[in-house]
Design a protein. Sequence first.
Length: 524
Amino acid sequence: MPINQIFKRLWLRQEDDSAGYHLLGGESDHIEKGEDEETVASDIEFNALPIDTKTFRKKIIFWTWLRVLNVLLPSFLHTSTPKAEQKILRPTAWLDGLRGVAALFVVLHHMSLIWFSWDIHNGWTSWNDHLIQLPIIRLIVSGPPNVMIFFVISGYALSYKPLGLIRSGQHLKMYQGLASSIFRRHPRLFIPAVVICAPAPVIAYFGGYSPEGMPGAAIRPMNPPRFKTIWGQFGNYIDTIMPLSDVYSPNGLNWIYSDSLWTLPIEFKSSLVVFTMLLALSRCTTRARVVTTLCVAFYSFWYFHWGELLFVGGMLVVELSLRSRRSASAGELELHGADVDVDVRAKRSTLVWAMPLKSRAFRRLCGIVALLIVLFILSMPEQGRGAASSYGFKILAGIIPAHFHASGAADYFWQPLAAIFLVLVIDNAPFLQGIFTTRLAQYLGRVSFALYLVHMLILHSLGFWLGKYFLQLTGSRPYWRYGTGVSLAAVIVGCIIIWAADLGSRLIDANSRLMAKGVYTKSS
């Protein structure tokens, strides 16, 4: 069909849907359906219309570019966003919000490393220290605690549905879902990483990484090797990313194109541990399953397998969550006059703290106190950053067993435990979950994985260049001038990171999930 007729048909379809033409199907399809007369009539109508072909081409090109620009806009600026926000949130939607907030704090952590010294990550030892060094507040720029929260959330998310099916006796459905999850886990983690980080070798080839860091900054920029051709650069990219996605990798790998991706092999390996435990314990009683899971968690804790500990810890939180919901349902039945064991009623009535726990205000107070305690422990500085001499952490540092100090794993004693209990506290306090079901937190949760993948290559290229540029304008003395210049760079780089994460989440991360699901469906 001539190109001018295609443009004319598209334009008339836009003006009047009733006169449209189905371009996705060939003309033979219409003839087979008995629509040959309609096609001929429409051709006659098109030929009879005095339409300027150039005008149609310009309008079609205009609308095409407009749609492309609409795709490139962040999702919160799309016209379809309000309808999506009207959807009812899932009971576990707060996990997405918590993950999004933790991802944002990881980005801020890496921003602090490229623009500031290690001093702001030291513990609070005197009133001359920075405000950001205070307990709990320091979590905003702390990386490891937020990564640990990631892992607990992942363990929770992977085991929530299977454990629910096990408890309800739907074992066949659980096996089918578990098989699908295992099949899709590797592509789910590594395909977005490979594609979203693909601009990194291009940046390296054109010299986009700054050869020198900021004066006094904690770290220097990434400096991948430069090759003479772009194909050689991408060849090096593929060679270095293969060990990153190695399913048998014993530990994380500091990848030269984005060293924050060292967590992916650990996350994949820990996921397989959770899947194996779900399968192995699916026919056990609840008590036997919980006891075995506790033993695996303790083993992982004592021998410094902190990734597996956090994933299995998320699994334990799910067990407690499902048990508490079951108890709450039994309590509702009791209130409605249902038959309940008399001994259980007697035991409940004898509890001294039964009446206070019925008070909504008291429960909220307990939830807030527990949250503050857990956040305080989670914000414990590293041993090399003055944990033993920091206010509030001296006692905690002294409790760490010598076994952990001797193995250089003292930093993995309190923080993993605190990360698990943080998710447990929020899971049992619905009023705290509201913080993470806000529109901003949910948006950050949707783009969290892409945000984690893309931020390093932008920070170590554009972040360094903009930091130096604004410091030339503002100066670095006194200190407020340095802070002003860094703040200007942070605003611009932050907006670009959010935009890139939004784009990567919609175009790459979401499609990789669909692709993995489609491959599994066709293979099964």
